[in-house]
Ligand binder design. Structure first.
Ligand code: B12
Length: 129
């Protein structure tokens, strides 16, 4: 059961604090995961190709409000091509939960802090529920 943690890289450094928090949860619980940072200038198709090549069963995406056009287009493609459970979180999903709930491809939304819900999600999906 592999999880891909998807985020937008910052131009000066490939680091994201939300993903750092979630990766530590996956690692601590013994789950396999890959980080997938999206760079400026990458197209939705290029990102989709990269994520699909990782063959994830769970995709955990974090994004800010300025990133929504890309994620809005990307998530349904990932859902169709991988069939993975897609969970989203972060500032936009927390502030605009009802809007994000209407997006195609979104299976779950984390509102606020993610450490406990993310662990529960990994455990629940791994158990086949
Ligand atoms: C540190 C910081 C930065 C740093 C590091 C950002 C990073 N990506 O790592 C730097 C300086 C690089 C930065 C840059 C930017 N930032 Co900034 N930043 C912050 C700040 C001060 C703290 C964020 C933080 O570290 N939180 C700690 C982490 C652990 O918490 P978290 O992100 O909320 O993640 C938790 C939950 O949300 C949840 N979660 C998140 N995602 C997911 C996904 C899933 C699947 C699950 C289950 C859970 C989950 O779990 C996590 C752990 O509990 C906030 C303001 C604030 N005080 O909160 C602004 C803030 C997030 N930044 C903001 C913005 C706009 C930007 C920029 C776009 C600015 C710009 N125009 O360039 C860039 C984007 C760069 C990028 N690509 O990431 C806005 C976002 C607003 C919005 N509505 O989206 C904020 C809220 C500031 C503001 N009030 O305007 N930022």
């Amino acid at each position: 059961m592999k999880t891909v943690l998807l985020y937008v890289s910052h131009q000066s450094h490939d680091f994201n604090t939300s993903v750092a928090a979630l990766a530590s949860v996956a690692r601590d619980s013994g789950f396999e995961y890959e980080l997938c940072g999206i760079s400026d200038g990458e197209s939705v198709e290029q990102v989709a190709e990269r994520v699909c090549s990782l063959d994830p069963q769970i995709i955990a995406a974090t994004f800010f409000t300025r990133d929504i056009p890309g994620f809005y287009s990307l998530l349904p493609i990932l859902k169709r091509r991988t069939g993975a459970f897609i969970a989203v979180g972060g500032y936009h999903a927390t502030l605009r939960t009802r809007e994000v709930a209407r997006w195609a491809g979104v299976d779950g939304i984390c509102v606020g802090e993610g450490e406990r819900p993310f662990r529960t999600l990994l455990q629940t999906i791994t158990a086949g529920r």
